[in-house]
Structure formats: structure tokens, C-alpha cells
Write a protein that binds this ligand. Structure first.
Ligand code: CP
Ligand code: NVA
Length: 328
């Protein structure tokens, strides 16, 4: 076993390939234990702060249920509940929470905030999504890949859509570390930051992963084992809808794209929440304005046998439980 006690998870760069493999096998053990109805005590006596500047279903519930399952106590702190960054500096809040809690999850806007929390809290800090990265999601995604293909190395993972967001970035970082071939298929305006690409290519040279960025859909998706997409407009970017819809409509994951993979066993992944039909309040408004019925993924694919999105969602809980038990 690896000793990860006291460690932060701000981006996947914080962990080595072996450490990530260890977290994934710990997740498998915890998942089996949960299925068997066995309760754990690995977080007994641990108090866990959950700070949310942005809304969340999966991440919040994954942390809360995981903590409870292992005997810990989760406390939800919404953006209007605490002084963070408004009446009190992030560094001061970090030092206060660090005196009372054993671990702190943060979801919010600026990545800098989670870095300051990590620097000052004195207890493990886990990134539950920032504008730049979403590392705990990637652990769930990789567990899902492992469950489907029994390996990670040499898989071809294709991400299409907004190639500059937290998901595109984090999948690139994680793939580079783990030896997964990673292709971003996106219009050039939405390619990732050049420095991040350079950094990931350097990491990939060690693991043997190939990192490619292309605007060409046919070329990019051929041979994919998994097609991954995310919302075209992330939380906090709502002013971008018009532009993103114009740029990304050709990049929708639909049956045509699935066929272009030429792989009958390809799977579809999405971190969720997804715009795949008109049944949500936000979706309805946006779709009416732009004459759409769905966005980043067609309803047909979302509901198809290719789709593993609810396995991913469940795996958030098992992998987050692994992160907490390993670092506390
Ligand atoms: N995938 C994910 O992070 O979902 P939530 O925004 O619901 O937490
Ligand atoms: N890119 C999305 C991910 C949501 C889990 C967002 O930041 O809104």
C-alpha cells in the first residue's frame, strides 16, 4: 500500500502513476465492500468540510455519502453560508477550518483559491472542481474505463467539445500520467492552453501516451475506445452560449460520430450534468432561443448501450471515498 496521508488533491499532477493506480484499486475494494453491505470505520472521528461556491449534485453527494459510509461527519458550507473571500481572506478561512476539520473539499471558480486553501489549512484539501481542473471526476472516469476494458494503458480516449475547460484539461493531465492515448477533437478556438499541452506531452513521453489535438472529427475519433464529452458552456461562462453553439454544433456526439470510430465496442462517457433533451428548465430556454433539441450529445446516444454515464456517476462516490480514506 502507498502512504498518501496528509496529501492534497488539487490536480492529478499531485500523484504519480503508481499512486493513482493504488487509489483506483482501493476504489474497487471500497465498491465491493459497499455492494456487500459492509460499513467501514476508516473515517471514524473525522470531520469533513465541503465548501461549494458553485452548485453540485454528484460531487456534494459523493463526499457526503462516502464520509457517512466510513463513519465520518460531512458539513456542507454553501457560498452564502461562510465568509470565504468576502469578509475574510481565503488563507484565514483555511487556517480556521483546519483547526476544526480533518479534511476540506473545495468547489469553486478560481483555481488559486483551492491552492491557497491547500497551502494554509494544514489538513488535506481536495479539489471538487475549479475553472481549471476536476481531478476527482477523472478518478471516477478511469475506474469506469478499467471496469469496461480491464486496463488503462494504450486505450484511446477521445474528448470532443470545449477543449479548454476543466474536464478537457484534467483528462489530458490524467491520461498523460497513466499512459492513455488522449485526443481532443475541437475547433481551434477551443484548444487547451499551450503550456498545459507542452507539460502533458512531456509527462506522456514517460508513460508512452500519445496526446493529440485536432479539429478534424473523422480523423480524431477513428479507433476510439471511449468518446467523452462535456457541456459546451461550463458554470460561470453562461455568456458564451451563442458562440459555443455556433462553434461546437458539428462536434455533437451522435450516432454518426459513433460510427466514425469504427469500433463497435466504443463506450460513451460524460461527467454530467448533460444537455441531451429539452426536459430541463435551463435547456428549454436555451434550446428555444437557438432552435435546438439537444446539445453536446444526442438523446439517442445518451440513452444507448454505449453510454456508461451512470456508472461514472456512481463511481464518483467510490473514488472520492478512496481519496478521503487514503489521505486522512
Ligand atoms: N460531474 C460533476 O461534478 O457533477 P456535479 O456538478 O453534479 O457535482
Ligand atoms: N465543465 C463543467 C463540468 C461540470 C461537472 C463545468 O465546469 O460546469
Amino acid at each position: 500500500a502507498y502512504n498518501l496521508k496528509g496529501r492534497n488533491l488539487l490536480t492529478l499532477k499531485d500523484f504519480s502513476k503508481d499512486e493513482i493506480n493504488y487509489l483506483l484499486s482501493l476504489s474497487e475494494d471500497l465498491k465491493a465492500k459497499k455492494r456487500a453491505g459492509i460499513e467501514g470505520k476508516s473515517l471514524s472521528g473525522k470531520n469533513i468540510a465541503l465548501i461549494f461556491e458553485k452548485p453540485s449534485t454528484r460531487t456534494r453527494c459523493a463526499f457526503a455519502v462516502a464520509a457517512k459510509d466510513e463513519g465520518g461527519m460531512p458539513e456542507y458550507l454553501g457560498k452564502n453560508d461562510i465568509q470565504l473571500g468576502k469578509k475574510e481572506t481565503v488563507a484565514d478561512t483555511a487556517r480556521v477550518l483546519g483547526r476544526m476539520f480533518d479534511g476540506i473539499e473545495f468547489r469553486g471558480y478560481e483555481h488559486k483559491t483551492v491552492e491557497i486553501l491547500g497551502e494554509y489549512a494544514g489538513v488535506p484539501v481536495w479539489n471538487g472542481l475549479t475553472d481549471l481542473y476536476h481531478p476527482t471526476q477523472i478518478l471516477a472516469d478511469f475506474l469506469t474505463l478499467k471496469e469496461n476494458f480491464s486496463k488503462l494503458e494504450d486505450l484511446n480516449l477521445v474528448y470532443t467539445g470545449d477543449g479548454r475547460n476543466n474536464m478537457a484539461n484534467s483528462l489530458m493531465v490524467g491520461s498523460a500520467i497513466m499512459g492513455i492515448n488522449y485526443t481532443i477533437v475541437a475547433p481551434e478556438e477551443l484548444w487547451p492552453d499551450k503550456d498545459l499541452i507542452k507539460e502533458c506531452k512531456k509527462t506522456a513521453a514517460e508513460s508512452g501516451a500519445k496526446i493529440e489535438i485536432t479539429a478534424d472529427i473523422k480523423d480524431g475519433v477513428e479507433g476510439a475506445d471511449a468518446i467523452y464529452t462535456d457541456v459546451w458552456v461550463s458554470m460561470g461562462e453562461e455568456a458564451e452560449f451563442k458562440k459555443r453553439i455556433e462553434l461546437l454544433t458539428p462536434y455533437q456526439v451522435n450516432m454518426e460520430m459513433i460510427k466514425l470510430t469504427k469500433n463497435p465496442d466504443v463506450i460513451f462517457l460524460h461527467c454530467l450534468p448533460a444537455y441531451h433533451n429539452t426536459e430541463t428548465e435551463n435547456g428549454k430556454k436555451i434550446f428555444e432561443e437557438y432552435g435546438l433539441k439537444e446539445m453536446e450529445v444526442s438523446d439517442e446516444i445518451f440513452e444507448s448501450k454505449y453510454s456508461k454515464v451512470f456508472d461514472q456517476a456512481e463511481n464518483r462516490m467510490h473514488t472520492i471515498k478512496a481519496v478521503m480514506t487514503a489521505t486522512l
